[in-house]
Design a protein around this ligand. Sequence first.
Ligand code: XIL
Length: 335
Amino acid sequence: MSLRDLTASTELEIGACASLENLENDRFTELLGNEFNRLALENDLIWKVVHPERETFAFKRVDKLVDFAERHEMAITGHALVWHIENPNWLVKEDWRAVELADVLRSHIHTITERYADCIDTWDVVNEAVDDTGELRETFWLEHLGENYIDDAFYWASEHTDADLYYNDYGLPYNEAKQDRVYDLLKDLLDHGIPVDGIGIQMHCVGVHPTPEQIQASIHRFQELGLDVRVTELDVAYHNDKRPNELKTAQAAYYQQTVSACLEAGVEGITVWGVTDDQSWITSWREYPDTYTQQPLLFDDEGRKSNRMRLWHQYSANTEMRDQLLFRIYSISSS
Ligand code: XIL
């Protein structure tokens, strides 16, 4: 049974990210379409890809991924409308006046959200706006536009789409200062009537492995603000110096405890950041390949279900978990 079959009778979404290149691989596309019911666009909607010149949008790649998702009845997450990296030079090298840059940002958000209003039902509107010390991250956007860029981005997105609008960030379950700042930020947005629907907890468990208690506490804290919570970018890796003796077993256990903690806490969905180990960002991002173990996902290089996956299956299929899923559905339908 595939993961999406397992969750078919529930409202739980089980997603994976992909870039257009991944669709050239048959094994990858088969797994993506069969196992998952949500597709997160990994790279093709980031500024430098989708908006390479000031007057040019490049939509072909996104259109192909959208087409794939629609043929496989997958929901789509757009990632990301505002981020501090992966931006084109024409944008970041210019010394903008605030009004002019605000115009550029507004038109970027309007153009993209309007074009995909019928097919993208969830947007990461602002990605990683708080730094690891718990301050607003000193980004190009903050420098030129001030704090209001966050409010504006959500507001502008809401003008052209009915999609759910998310704030997305990493480190939230274990970095208290960051969690507090993100909490204050989102509370403030909500208090001012800014249309924020949810928070994406990225959950890159790369060298840091938050406990189930930490994970659940962070999920509940944001739910208490009235936000939907999703796990948006799950993967698991260990620092090479702290590699567990039985890597696969340790990793499987960690996947199991993490996924079950998230399900118990009532997340809307869980998206893993990739499908097969060999195309995970951890095999290519900065110093990551030399630093961390290289089997972060649910399927190995050959597309075989890894230990982690078998345990996830086993766990999801057991009675206790079914009860939890049913309870969740009951809570949703009775609310
Ligand atoms: C990564 C992609 O997976 C890589 O392919 C890309 O080179 C860099 O970005 N947080 C995010 C994601 O929000 O967009 C990042 O994805 C991983 C960290």
